[in-house]
Write a protein that binds this ligand. Structure first.
Ligand code: DX5
Ligand code: ZN
Length: 241
């Protein structure tokens, strides 16, 4: 299948979004690198190609120097797949929009620790709204920033690039941070997912998984002009064994 339009792909009726149950690293296809002129089809291609989550990068032009999409876009792509939506909010004071993104179809809502004055409150707000709660930290933010909320989390996201843009290189020193995050979770007996985001491709994914990551976000490695979405997901999967 090429990156160009595939007429066989059509929107689905909105249904429930079952969480993946297999005990293997999950792949979250980040639509930031997709062709926005046919976003629904690109979402369906990732789902058909075996993506475990669709990763949706929400940027507000303040927390990060870029703007992307809001709840209306999430709602419009929701009917293209039942694969869970992993919403990554790179937004100041994200509590203002949590309910909107859940109502639009977000299943996992991840906020940045750096963007929340009252992080514990925001995590509870996400759960009250019926979604799984995630917290992200930038490369320069220490793990201690999330320690107090760790027992409340369904997902911890360790950024492996500075957020804002796709196609950046994996920051190799983050491998040690992923290992320490893994140790923090294991020491407390916590089953939260450990997600990594930024520069993940068939060359870097294995190191992240070896360090303890359980969810791999991949944007430019999945949506590019070189291989189809399905082939790219297969290559990522093969690279981690
Ligand atoms: C960057 C975003 C990522 C982005 C990753 O701020 O959070 O999800 O799509 O893109 P790649 O995989 O190309 O580094
Ligand atoms: Zn992201």
């Amino acid at each position: 299948m090429s990156r160009q339009g595939n007429c066989a792909l059509r929107p689905l009726p909105v249904g429930r979004c079952p969480m993946p149950s297999e005990d293997r690293p999950k792949i979250a296809a980040s639509i930031l690198s997709a062709d926005f002129s046919r976003l629904g089809e690109q979402v369906a291609e990732a789902a058909k190609g075996g993506a475990d989550y669709i990763h949706i990068d929400v940027m507000d032009g303040r927390f990060v120097p870029n703007l992307t999409m809001g709840p209306a876009v999430v709602r419009s792509i929701r009917r293209w797949t039942e694969v869970p939506f992993d919403v990554h909010m790179m937004v100041e004071a994200p509590e203002r929009f949590v309910r909107d993104f859940v109502e639009a179809g977000g299943n996992i809502i991840t906020v940045h620790a750096e963007a929340c004055t009252h992080l514990h409150f925001v995590v509870q707000r996400i759960k009250e709204c019926g979604a799984r709660a995630g917290v992200a930290i930038n490369p320069a933010t220490p793990l201690s920033a999330v320690e107090a909320v760790l027992p409340d989390l369904d997902q911890l996201l360790v950024m492996t690039v500075n957020p804002g843009f796709g196609g950046q290189g994996f920051i190799a020193t983050m491998v040690d941070k992923i290992e320490r995050a893994r140790a923090m979770l294991d020491k407390r007996g916590l089953a939260a997912d450990l997600e990594v985001d930024g520069g993940i491709n068939a060359d870097t994914a294995a190191a992240a998984v070896k360090a303890g990551a359980t969810v791999l976000v991949a944007g430019s490695a999945v949506y590019n002009d070189k291989i189809s979405v399905a082939e790219a997901i297969r290559a990522l999967r093969n690279s981690i064994g």
